[in-house]
Design a protein around this ligand. Structure first.
Ligand code: PBG
Length: 330
């Protein structure tokens, strides 16, 4: 006799496949990263990120309206800071009239219900391209935390709903949470980049913001003294649990695809929402392969996004967000 179970019955046609499908992608899964520059009428393509752009504030308005119309209701803001405003402590980051602060207000102005998250780290503001303050050739932890707390307050004052510390200093979530509470920003959330690995996949992002560590003697060439060693797994759980204890509302694993084992470990270990950042290098790799005609862009994109959600992502930060939503809505 044939086997009683024939698993192919549930794959017979699209109707039954969709009936039993376990992972469904929706616009509400996404957090859209946006790059912002000074100027007027600027929409410049990032060389290493085809079809991804930096916007000046006036054109950011249109982009925000378009995202909202597509059902994309959360954005993560990054700013490109001009070189003359960079210093070691990243002081421009707390300028109440700085680009980030104006960007937050711009988004809230055109679309008050859009959820605004902001990157909190020094690198775009640092003359050395590091996420913290440098003293004697080292990225110093506690002084950096104090500054990150000030930066978070400044973003909250401008209207950010969530701050997203991406720096990997020890204890920064507690320092930021306490500062927010002390200043009355009890409703401002923290999405912590809790398991952020020292990854070569961030290359195109550093082009986008011109934020790579500088090549200077005495300055660390990479971020390995604060971002995690990609060989490590248990450390990711420890980092994440500590951030939750310190007050993180959402935790994050970054990068995405190469780290889906970590995503699942963390999803099983914690009970707060887990975000995954599909980073710039992951985006650029697929764009390049598709340009060469070697991969089917849309099919691979959907497969990757579905894999990220299947692994346990409650929130997906992705440069593909718009492309995906256009496909699922067509
Ligand atoms: C800055 C930051 C980085 C990314 C997000 N926030 C770069 C880095 O840590 O060097 C990378 C995002 C991407 O590659 O898409 N702290």
């Amino acid at each position: 006799m044939y086997p009683l179970r024939r698993n192919r019955r549930l794959r017979t046609n699209e109707a039954v496949r969709s009936l039993v499908r376990e992972t469904i992608i929706a616009p509400s899964d996404f957090l859209v990263p946006l790059f912002i520059v000074e100027g007027k009428g600027v929409k410049e393509e990032i060389a290493s990120m085809p079809n991804y752009f930096r916007y000046s504030l006036d054109l950011l308005e249109n982009e925000i309206k378009e995202l909202w119309a597509l059902g994309l209701k959360s954005v993560l803001l990054f700013v490109k800071v001009s070189d003359n405003l960079k210093d070691n402590a990243g002081k421009e980051a707390i300028n109440p009239d700085g680009l980030m602060q104006r960007a937050i207000k711009t988004v809230k102005n055109v679309c008050p219900d859009m959820l605004v998250m902001t990157d909190v780290a020094l690198d775009p503001y640092s003359e050395f391209g590091h996420d913290g303050i440098i003293e004697n050739g080292k990225v110093v932890n506690d002084a950096t935390n104090e500054f990150l707390a000030e930066m978070s307050i400044s973003h909250a004052q401008a209207g950010a709903n969530f701050v997203a510390p991406s720096d990997m200093m020890d204890g920064r979530i507690l320092t930021i949470r306490e500062a927010l509470e002390d200043d009355g920003f009890t409703d401002t959330g923290i999405m912590s980049y809790s398991a952020k690995y020292a990854s070569a996949f961030y290359g195109p992002f550093r082009d986008a913001l011109d934020s790579a560590p500088v090549d200077m003697q005495e300055i660390p060439k990479d971020k390995k003294t604060y971002q995690m060693d990609y060989a490590n797994r248990f450390e990711a759980i420890r980092e994440t649990e500590m951030d939750i204890d310190e007050g993180a509302d959402i935790v994050m694993v970054k990068p995405g695809l190469c780290y889906l084992d970590i995503v699942r470990d963390i999803k099983n270990a914690v009970d707060v929402p887990v975000a995954v950042y599909q980073v710039s290098g992951e985006y650029s790799m697929l764009k390049a392969a598709a340009e060469k005609g070697w991969l089917d862009h849309d099919a691979v994109m959907m497969e990757q996004i579905t894999a990220i959600k299947r692994a346990g992502a409650d929130v997906i930060a992705s440069y593909f967000a718009k492309d995906v939503v256009k496909i699922i809505q067509s």
